[in-house]
Design a protein around this ligand. Structure first.
Ligand code: SF4
Ligand code: MG
Length: 330
């Protein structure tokens, strides 16, 4: 079934400047309605900046962000306001984003206060409905965040994000701060809610096993750029970019029977500073397959298969042919 391009969000040509740091540099991708797009990479690669820019929590320096065809990249906050309810965010650390002095009921109903003219009774009814939806006991409505476990606090954060019936939610490392034992519960909740409410997710994570479980497509970021994007199974079974291959070499196979002798690729060196990225390919200082051209010219993100794009000179026919088997330094 072809995915509909009914709800595309294209974050094209960002040049997000944080001081002189290119946190997100020339990134383009589309999110289709009802899907979960994973955005993965090591910490500091620009994932969160990208997620926040898509929601216009940051102003992009350049580029466009299209939601249902409307470019929101240059809209004023006043014009954005009526669109805000449709796009929400779930944060990594619910502790940090829940006001400790507010009750659960007031935290969840805050977006309703801001964006609706509901009566007090209507708001309370909605709060109960949302607490049911995320599996929180209604009796806890008047308690404070510190009285809850990490997993329950994330449920409060999710209920709040759902208050205004969003279509699109950016989940920024929603389980990274949680105990491993409850991570699956929160992920299952997100999946159930997606199905029931027809939600679209951008799921930011460094946990490649979890991303494999929840995402339909996956984009891999390195140093502010997307280096590979593909349908989930393609990416996990046949990654083409050397950085994706290195990342995945560290992920255990889900089925121990198929555990092959896949070799762990250990990357040398540190991620360069985004304020001083390499001249050519951003990965050239650490790539096990680096070629001379890699230090000169940035590879473009090009189509390498159905729905599969990657940015590497090895995948560019002309380059690979001329570089030959001695081109690498393996
Ligand atoms: Fe490695 Fe060169 Fe490909 Fe960059 S372009 S990932 S340095 S082979
Ligand atoms: Mg799903």
């Amino acid at each position: 079934d072809g995915l509909k391009m009914y709800f595309p969000i294209t974050a094209g040509l960002f040049r997000r400047k944080v001081g002189d740091v290119k946190a997100v540099d020339d990134v383009s991708f589309t999110i289709y309605e009802g899907e979960t797009l994973g955005l993965v990479g090591e910490s500091g690669c620009g994932k969160s900046t990208c997620g926040r820019a898509v929601l216009r929590l940051y102003d992009p320096t350049a580029g466009s962000i299209r939601i249902d065809g409307t470019n929101i990249a240059t809209m004023s906050q006043t014009m954005l306001r009526p669109m805000r309810p449709a796009m929400q965010m779930v944060f990594q650390d619910p502790q940090a984003c829940l006001n400790a002095r507010m009750t659960v009921a007031s935290i969840i109903s805050e977006p309703l206060d801001e964006h609706t003219k509901m009566s007090k009774a209507e708001k309370l009814a909605r709060v109960y409905e949302l607490m049911d939806a995320v599996g929180l006991n209604r009796d806890f409505a008047n308690r404070y965040p510190h009285e809850f476990s990490g997993g329950q606090r994330q449920r409060i954060g999710i209920a709040r994000a759902l208050a205004l019936n969003p279509k699109f939610i950016v989940c920024d490392e929603p389980i990274a701060a949680l105990d491993v034992s409850i991570q699956a519960q929160v992920v299952n909740l997100l999946e159930d809610l997606q199905e029931k409410l027809g939600l679209t997710y951008l799921f930011i994570s460094h946990d490649l096993s979890m991303v494999r479980h929840i995402c339909d497509r996956v984009a891999v970021m390195y140093l502010g750029r997307i280096v590979e994007i593909a349908p989930r199974d393609t990416l996990y079974q046949a990654p083409l970019h050397p950085y994706t291959q290195a990342l995945l070499s560290a992920v255990p196979e889900p089925d121990p029977d198929t555990e092959t002798t896949r070799q762990r690729i250990i990357l040398q060196g540190d991620v360069p500073s985004p304020s001083n990225p390499p001249k050519g390919c951003n990965f050239c200082t650490r790539c096990p397959k680096v070629m001379p051209i890699c230090r000169e010219i940035k590879p473009a993100l090009v189509e390498v298969g159905p729905g599969h794009r990657a940015a590497c000179h090895l995948l560019d026919n002309n380059t690979a042919a001329t570089a030959g088997p001695t081109g690498g330094n393996e």
